[in-house]
Design a protein around this ligand. Structure first.
Ligand code: 8YV
Length: 327
């Protein structure tokens, strides 16, 4: 008897075929819309497996899914899942931690380059027909090579960012994380710093840590005040790690030079956000892992995790191992 799976993220035809070979699949379109959410709520009572991303799976939705055995997230971040509640109910949660590392680190460096060299601002200036003569200091950016790259959160993505900075741009790498990582120090000539020291020393402050109860609001007014007017702030982690109003004030007062942001407290970022009024802010639409290759690899990983779990095998990327073996 095929298990019942509810998808709230579309899959490519090959992946859909793989899943439909072993499961009865219901596809819910646009789960954040009123109709999509109503469809999801109607489908949950029969669901034994869920696959999707970017949706907060709250206790209310979970209460509608008494048969649920596994939630397979197409993401590395799992802050939008009630992990303790899933574990209490013996529901496996899986994610896609490895396949997106390099692509997301590339996005981080794209924001470093775009903010330091004012790429978006100056490209728009050219497009607007403003380029009438050789540019001067008013349009100069700042160097990236040889500067100090400060990474907050030295996990897979943090390490990939350090690799790019050290080997690609000759940057000095400093980092703050749960603990010092001797392998990182050795590989990148990196140095561990406490948070305050990193904020004062880094030319680029980059967030690559997960959103947890401990990291929510980690970067607020006090932390921005420790940065220098030359500092560029990069966030490819989660918007809620930052006090967004404090960041707006830091930009408004010139406390920091610029910001490159791929994640926000509210997503999509409202068109009237004050962040979009600053020429020295590069804002991108949570595109960290958003390449054709990587999103397909993430979805394939999520399908593998889901099928393993439904077949009674331990999934490769189990977020809550306390649920294994299943009771
Ligand atoms: C995903 C992300 O694009 O993996 C994550 O945690 O934030 C992004 O890579 C997003 O979750 C949608 O899948």
């Amino acid at each position: 008897m095929k298990k019942h799976v509810v998808l709230y993220k579309t899959l490519s035809a090959p992946l859909m075929a793989r899943l439909e070979a072993v499961a009865q699949v219901t596809v819910v379109e646009n789960p954040k819309s009123q109709d999509g959410l109503a469809h999801l709520r109607d489908a949950l009572p029969e669901a034994e497996g869920l696959l999707g991303a970017s949706l907060t799976l709250d206790a209310d939705l979970l209460s509608l899914a008494p048969r649920l055995q596994v939630v397979s997230s197409v993401s590395v971040g799992v802050d939008n899942y009630p992990i303790d509640e899933l574990t209490r109910r013996g529901i496996l949660l899986t994610n896609t931690p490895d396949v997106l590392t390099e692509t997301t680190a590339d996005t981080g460096f794209a924001l470093i380059m775009a903010t330091a060299r004012r790429v978006v601002e100056l490209a728009d200036w050219v497009r607007d027909g403003q380029w009438k003569q050789n540019i001067g200091p008013a349009h100069f950016g700042t160097d990236v090579h040889g500067k100090t790259l400060g990474i907050i959160g030295m996990g897979r993505i943090g390490e990939a960012l350090a690799q790019r900075g050290h080997f690609g741009f000759g940057m000095r790498v400093i980092y703050h994380s749960h603990s010092q990582k001797p392998a990182v120090d050795a590989r990148f000539g990196a140095e561990y710093r406490n948070l305050d020291a990193l904020l004062q020393e880094a030319d680029f402050v980059c967030l690559t840590l997960p959103l947890t109860a401990q990291t929510q609001g980690l970067i607020g007014a006090e932390q921005f005040a420790r940065m220098r007017p030359e500092t560029i702030f990069i966030n490819i982690a989660r918007g809620k790690v930052v006090d967004e109003q404090a960041m707006i004030e830091a930009l408004r007062s010139g406390q920091i030079r610029a910001a490159g942001l791929d994640v926000f407290t509210q997503e999509p970022l409202p068109a009237d956000s004050p962040l979009l009024t600053f020429d020295n802010v590069v804002a991108t639409p949570h595109m960290g892992s958003a390449t054709h290759e990587t999103r397909e690899a993430m979805a394939a990983c999520a399908v593998d995790n889901l099928i393993s779990a439904l077949n009674g095998q331990r999934p490769k990327d189990l977020v809550n191992p306390e649920t294994w073996p299943r009771g």
